[in-house]
Design a protein around this ligand. Structure first.
Ligand code: GDP
Length: 452
């Protein structure tokens, strides 16, 4: 996701950064290119237009163009506006962090899931239920109100068993509003914290569907109404969101199939079109493939600065918390050396290999492309580990010591080539640079708190 957009934007910004002085015409020219890139990524036209207008207005300001690093400043403005576009600003502004679910009511808090058939609604219901159970210790119950699709209720029951979340027993023939009432009663009796209602989907938005949603909402008084849309459907997802948001009181969006190769338009337009934040991103078919949607991190990913925070979080799950803590500290202080890189490589292996992490990690994408081009695959992680293993202790903490002679020794020791050693050094360098940049831009407000 976002790959093409990311490449296009980086091309524009590399050129901007490459210049010392910038004039208004340069900025306008760059913004024309950004606009085309956004439209090609399937961003809705009015949304792209507004975005460009806001960035241009800020970027042609005297302060920016006269500053020492005008290119960098423009990128920072784009970053901030991207965060806003993705929902990091507004009534429920979180400064780029994910917007949490509102569950702070007398239990049971009701979450109503709505969306078209095939959008991933039932799967997302179970994913969120599991997340609430495991991460927040909530007692959750799910009920399927989908009486159109014969297997829908059964599907939720099976997912409930996998997620270890209770489902409302099925009564064949009962209608949605009655199921909702029964679910509420049952949830109260069993002291359930959160009741999730998986409503029926149809192939298209129609009146009967909307009438049913409204009736269910009026008997269950949900605190959250989450619209599930498929990111792969691009503009259609935006149209669906528009239709729903006019009819039911949405509180947020779940964007599924973010693991696919969607161009990103849906994610970028959703907030502007619905006025509601994307709260979760679905990233796969498995029940744990869901993440809170952090506008700040996603913007960082689009701008090619890597999603270091998510990466560190993933790492923290795979390794000792104390190690992760130290690593994060060192990253922020720009002291990331070969030992740290090695720890990371080993974690990557544990976390699902290169494919999973490409794009999350600064510099990794390019490194991966280079490796793919030279016919290497996940074995690459092992090669890298072998290379670092062949370095001396001093070399590991001061990789700049590696001259031609030392590189040759390391290559021989690890059964690789000097070229491989160089690639690794280059990747390490790029990571270091990207981290410094992120730090300079102050884009990772959460990081300190996360590891403080
Ligand atoms: P519903 O008709 O809206 O309830 O859709 P389902 O929950 O039954 O999902 C339809 C299909 O999409 C299933 O095969 C799911 O496994 C798959 N799916 C759901 N969410 C995701 C996601 O985030 N990524 C991927 N790759 N597949 C998903």
């Amino acid at each position: 996701m976002f790959d093409t957009l990311s490449d296009r934007l980086n091309g524009v910004f590399d050129r901007l950064r490459g210049r010392g002085a910038l004039g208004e015409a340069d900025v306008r020219e760059a913004m024309r290119e950004v606009r085309v890139a956004l439209l090609e990524a399937d961003v809705a036209l009015p949304v792209a237009r507004d975005f460009i207008a806001r960035v241009t207005e800020k970027a042609v300001g005297q302060q920016v163009l006269k500053s020492v690093t005008p290119g960098q400043q423009v990128v920072k403005i784009v970053n901030d506006e991207l965060v806003a576009m993705l929902g990091g600003e507004g009534a429920d502004a979180t400064g780029g962090e994910a917007v949490p679910l509102q569950l702070d009511v007398r239990p049971p808090a009701v979450i109503m899931m709505v969306g078209l058939q095939g959008s991933g609604k039932t799967t997302s219901t179970a994913k969120i239920a599991q997340l609430l159970r495991t991460k927040q210790g909530k007692k959750v119950m799910m009920a399927s109100l989908d009486v159109n699709r014969p297997a829908a209720q059964e599907q939720l029951k099976v997912l409930g068993e996998q997620a270890q979340v209770a489902t409302l027993p099925i009564i064949v023939g009962q209608q949605p509003v009655d199921i909702a009432r029964r679910a509420l009663e049952s949830a109260k009796l069993q002291a359930v914290d959160v009741l999730m209602l998986d409503t029926a989907g149809r192939l298209h938005v129609d009146e009967a569907l909307m009438a049913e949603m409204k009736a269910v909402a009026s008997v269950s008084a949900p605190t959250e109404v989450l619209l599930v849309v498929d990111a792969l459907t691009g503009q259609d997802a935006v149209n669906v969101a528009q239709s729903f948001s006019g009819e039911v009181p949405l509180t947020g969006v779940v964007l599924t199939r973010m693991d696919g190769d969607a161009r990103g338009g849906a994610a970028l337009s959703m907030r502007a079109v619905t006025g509601k934040p994307i709260k979760f991103a679905g990233t796969g078919e498995k029940l744990d493939a869901i993440e809170p949607f952090h506008p700040g991190r996603v913007a960082g990913r689009i701008l090619g600065m890597g999603d270091v925070v998510s990466l560190v979080e993933r790492a923290a799950q795979a390794v000792d918390a104390e190690d992760a803590d130290k690593l994060a500290q060192r990253m922020m202080q720009g002291q990331f050396d070969m030992n740290d890189l090695r720890t990371q490589l080993m974690q990557m292996q544990k976390m699902g290999g290169l494919g999973m992490l490409a794009g999350m990690m600064p510099g990794m994408k390019k490194a991966k492309q280079a490796m793919a081009a030279s016919g290497m695959d996940d074995k690459v992680l092992l090669h890298m580990d072998a290379i670092i293993g062949s370095m001396t202790k001093t070399e590991r903490s001061k990789p700049e010591l590696l001259n031609a002679k030392r590189k040759k020794r390391v290559a021989a020791g690890s059964g690789t080539s000097v070229q491989d050693v160089n690639k690794l050094l280059k990747m390490h360098q790029e990571m270091g640079r990207a981290m410094k940049q992120i730090k300079k831009m102050g884009g990772l407000k959460g990081l300190g708190a996360l590891f403080g």
